[in-house]
Design a protein around this ligand. Structure first.
Ligand SMILES: Nc1ncnc2c1ncn2[C@@H]1O[C@H](COP(=O)(O)OP(=O)(O)OP(=O)(O)O)[C@@H](O)[C@H]1O
Ligand SMILES: Nc1nc2c(ncn2[C@@H]2O[C@H](COP(=O)(O)O)[C@@H](O)[C@H]2O)c(=O)[nH]1
Length: 200
């Protein structure tokens, strides 16, 4: 199953995705490719695969990316091979990507996606979080805030919506969505054999 979490930048999707991964290490995460510069402390291959625009465009045009999009003027995308390998091995994956990536993953893997859109409690709180994260310059924060309303306008494309006011509650709700996705009847492998033991 692909658990896709999207949100306007700063609403908390990475924090929520990381909390889910911390509580269950078998939940796999795909390291995205980006053309943006690393932030202090970010490592290539861990936080992102940092690539030039030429490298990114080659990956996109040669089909190496499952999805890709231009976000805040930079390229971001999900490498295809690790996702296909993880799904083939029966693992669930969590993606924290934008709404364009969600549309593309849903189109590519229509039976495998459960999606969640994370809203901030307000635009003022969104801006406060972007400043308090202290990872982007003022101009970059302004660019992200300018895009926030448009990003939020895609909320209805998602299976589930959570308002991230209290972080613990938002993580609890995101985990509930993940659990409910896993419990879908058609996703439970071996269920028919188990039912057969009842003679029903
Ligand atoms: N419920 C919350 N209350 C207060 N602060 C929060 C809450 N959730 C997340 N934060 C903080 O807000 C900041 C932005 O969170 P995060 O980086 O997870 O956002 P994001 O949606 O992944 O952003 P981006 O798309 O830019 O990666 C972080 O500093 C995080 O610790
Ligand atoms: N379509 C995709 N969007 C992605 C991916 N990885 C991240 N993102 C989006 O980029 C913004 C900014 O991320 P940041 O790390 O620079 O703060 C983030 O809000 C996501 O929406 C991806 O692989 N594909």
């Amino acid at each position: 199953m692909c658990f896709v979490i999207s949100a306007p930048s700063g609403a908390g999707k990475s924090t929520i995705a990381n909390a889910l991964r911390a509580s269950e290490p078998q939940l796999q995460h795909s390291v995205s490719v980006t053309t943006r510069q690393p932030r202090p402390g970010e490592k290539d291959g861990v936080h992102y695969h940092f690539r030039t625009m030429e490298q990114f465009e080659y990956m996109a045009s040669s089909g190496e990316l499952l999805e890709w999009a231009t976000v805040f003027g930079r390229g971001y995308g999900t490498p295809r091979a690790p996702v296909e390998a993880a799904l083939e091995a029966g693992h669930d994956m969590v993606f924290d990507i934008d709404w364009q990536g969600h549309q593309q993953i849903r189109a590519a893997l229509p039976d495998d996606v459960v999606s969640l859109f994370v809203l901030p409690p307000s635009l003022a709180e969104l801006e406060r979080r972007l400043h308090s994260r202290a990872s982007d310059h003022i101009e970059e924060i302004a660019r992200r805030m300018a895009a926030a309303r448009d990003e939020i306008s895609h909320w209805h494309e998602f299976d589930h919506v959570v308002v991230n006011k209290d972080l613990d509650r938002a993580i609890f709700e995101a985990r509930a969505v993940l659990t409910s996705g896993r419990l879908k009847t058609r996703r439970q492998t071996g269920l028919a054999e188990f039912i057969a033991t009842f003679g029903a």
